[in-house]
Design a binder for this molecule. Structure first.
Ligand SMILES: [Fe+2]
Length: 194
């Protein structure tokens, strides 16, 4: 079974104020598709061919297929972590959990930004729900994913250079700030938290 890219919940020019269409197509069309094609090539004829990405990530031995599946799944999760006119402030139980952990949403944003900017691997920063229901922020490498841990991923940002270089050059801080203030999909995070 060939896996395919999941439809985006917005148009490619939907985040235009913060990502140009050409950059978005570059990220989605080339990078994500490149990971997908690599995964399908590795997976073809394997014992995991008929399984979902999530199952493959959980049961495949550490190695190329598992890494490739994680890269595809992570990128899909990243696209879903954003929306048109995103940002804002979460509410409900997720907001309560953020306040319990960091004291306020502003303090959470500072912590997320510091950790994401300090991620020196070409990888990911995740807001996760621990097994005890508390929240935390984790950095992972490009092939890391919370799916292989006891944590539940709520929201993530891909801080690899290919996600922000064209607009933000070396200004990773600005990219993370824009993600939090203009792009983050807190409804998606709240559904994952529930
Ligand atoms: Fe990426």
């Amino acid at each position: 079974m060939e896996h395919s890219l999941t439809d985006l919940p917005y148009t490619m020019d939907g985040t235009a104020a913060h990502m140009t269409q050409s950059t978005f197509e570059y990220r989605c069309g080339l990078h994500h598709l490149g990971y997908l094609n690599n995964f399908n090539r590795l997976n073809k004829g394997s014992a995991f061919e008929r399984l979902s990405l999530e199952t493959i990530i959980l049961i495949a031995p550490a190695g190329d297929i598992c890494k490739a599946a994680s890269q595809v799944w992570n990128h899909t999760f990243f696209w879903r972590s954003m929306e048109q006119n995103g940002g804002g402030i979460p509410d409900g139980e997720l907001a309560d959990a953020i306040n319990r952990k960091w004291g306020s949403f502003d303090e959470f944003k500072k912590a997320f930004q510091t950790i994401a900017v300090g991620n020196h691997s070409s990888g990911w920063t995740w807001l996760v729900k621990r097994a005890d229901g508390s929240l935390d922020i984790d950095n992972m490498s490009e092939e890391g994913t919370p799916l292989t841990t006891t944590d539940k991923p709520l929201l993530c940002i891909d801080i690899s250079e290919h996600t922000h270089y064209p607009e933000y050059r070396k200004m990773r801080t600005k990219f993370v700030e824009t993600f939090l203030n203009k792009l983050a999909n807190w409804d998606f995070a709240a559904k994952n938290f529930a």
